[in-house]
Design a protein around this ligand. Structure first.
Ligand SMILES: *Cc1c(COP(=O)(O)O)cnc(C)c1O
Ligand SMILES: [Zn+2]
Length: 409
């Protein structure tokens, strides 16, 4: 039987696969792998091309689905992170990595479902109001569907965040005025001008988030985690995830419900503030101060509903500071995941709740990593990264020294 090996592209000399030096010892030309083709490739194992709406069709109210609108969102990895689990002293920890969606956040699930609904209801325009990720997502799916797309953002949004939206060429308008009011005003204008405004917590966007819960159940072979930790702003995503678990529960697919843990940034935590004061309704935060406005909606439109649901299903809500969010970003990076600070709060919240004795060591936990850090690199200036510069003769020594360093986490 012939064996796989390395072969020189110049003189064809063969080498064993465990040769590390990547060039030919004879002629210095590059090596490549030679496969002996002794095993047969199984052509019948197909890569799945289903969309979330097809895969979970039983849980969605669409008589037909236009697959052309999909960008293969969802079906994101559930990554077991033993190193991070040891650091947080939690026995079983998984990250649901939503950073790998087509526009790098979980928003794509709800956008896909929402555009489906907009088109099947005869709308020719779509729009959204967003502080970043929802805008990029709606602009991308609007472009793909060939729809005119209206994006409203706060006038004070950093310019750095506009370009990843503008690349899809939506109609982008920077609006001066109260962000909370913009939500209701945009819905009104939409009704008047026939624009389907896919805002943070509209019903079909919430439906998209159900698929996160469905996937977690499937990925854990229909066992259910004890806790699911969710960075929370408008409340739409947390509502959708809880709704997904409830529907699987009612459908007899799972035997229990997880506890939902919502996390807000301390500088803008309207749902948390109402929760600790035992109030039924949220009050707007007047001067929000938060590092990442992806989870800093000062007047979350689903805040009241989320309070009702957290009470009914014994959920939890907590806060994380800006600096802690940055720490979380470093922790996740040590598992190979580049999250934005807003998306990194779930691991910090878990660490806190564990220390406070609220979550026990032997719990099964899933922390949602809601969006990638790639769209907002300005924030990375806050980290003090160590970069060496040197000449070629110095290189050997520099590497020897730096190999002795410990990482920040
Ligand atoms: C939108 C967003 C959230 C918050 O989701 P809500 O549904 O508004 O609660 C959290 N993290 C990231 C990265 C987001 O983009
Ligand atoms: Zn009502």
């Amino acid at each position: 039987m012939k064996k796989d090996c390395l072969v020189c592209t110049g003189c064809h000399k063969e080498y064993p696969l465990d040769k590390i030096f990547p060039r030919c010892d004879n002629c210095q030309e590059p090596l490549e792998i030679k496969i002996s083709l002794s095993q047969r490739f199984n052509k019948n194992r197909k890569i799945s091309s289903e969309s979330i709406l097809e895969h979970y069709a039983a849980f969605y109210p669409f008589p037909w689905i236009d697959n052309q609108l999909s960008l293969q969102e969802g079906f994101t990895p559930l990554v077991k992170v033993d190193k991070l689990a040891r650091l947080l002293e939690i026995d079983n920890l998984y990250l649901k990595n939503e950073t790998v969606n087509p526009t790098w956040s979980f928003k794509d699930r709800g956008t896909y479902v929402g555009v489906q609904h907009a088109l099947s209801s005869g709308c020719n325009y779509i729009g959204t109001l967003s502080s970043g990720n929802m805008a990029a997502s709606v602009a991308a799916y609007g472009a793909r569907a060939g729809l005119k797309t209206i994006i409203l953002v706060s006038a004070n949004m950093p310019l750095e965040k506009l370009n990843p939206i503008l690349i899809y060429q939506p109609i982008l308008i920077r609006v001066q005025g109260d962000y909370g009011q913009m939500y209701y005003e945009s819905l009104k204008i939409g009704q008047e001008q026939g624009i389907y405004f896919l805002n943070s917590d509209v019903p079909f966007r919430v439906e998209g988030s159900k698929s996160i819960a469905f996937e977690i159940c499937e990925q854990l072979d229909y066992s259910v985690p004890d806790y699911v930790l969710i960075p929370t702003s408008s409340g739409g995503n947390a509502r959708g995830i809880l709704k997904g678990f409830l529907e699987f529960f009612e459908g007899g697919l799972i035997k229990k419900l997880p506890k939902i843990v919502c996390i807000q940034l301390a500088g803008c935590a309207p749902i948390y503030e109402a929760w600790i004061r035992n109030k039924d309704r949220i009050t707007p935060i007047q001067e929000p101060q938060a590092i990442d406005n992806a989870i800093a909606n000062p007047f979350p439109p689903s805040g009241n509903e989320l309070l009702r649901k957290l009470r009914k299903y014994e959920g939890l809500i907590t806060t994380v500071t800006d600096n802690e969010a940055l720490q979380g970003q470093l922790m996740l990076a040590q598992e190979g995941i580049f999250a934005q600070p807003a998306a990194a709060v779930s691991v910090i919240a878990l660490q806190k709740l564990k220390k406070e004795g609220i979550i026990s060591k032997k719990s099964y936990c899933v922390a949602l990593v809601t969006g990638a850090g790639i769209k907002y690199t300005g924030i990375l200036e806050r980290h003090k990264f160590n970069v060496s510069t040197g000449t070629l003769p110095e290189l050997n020594k520099i590497i020897r020294t730096r190999l002795k360093e410990l990482p920040l986490y």
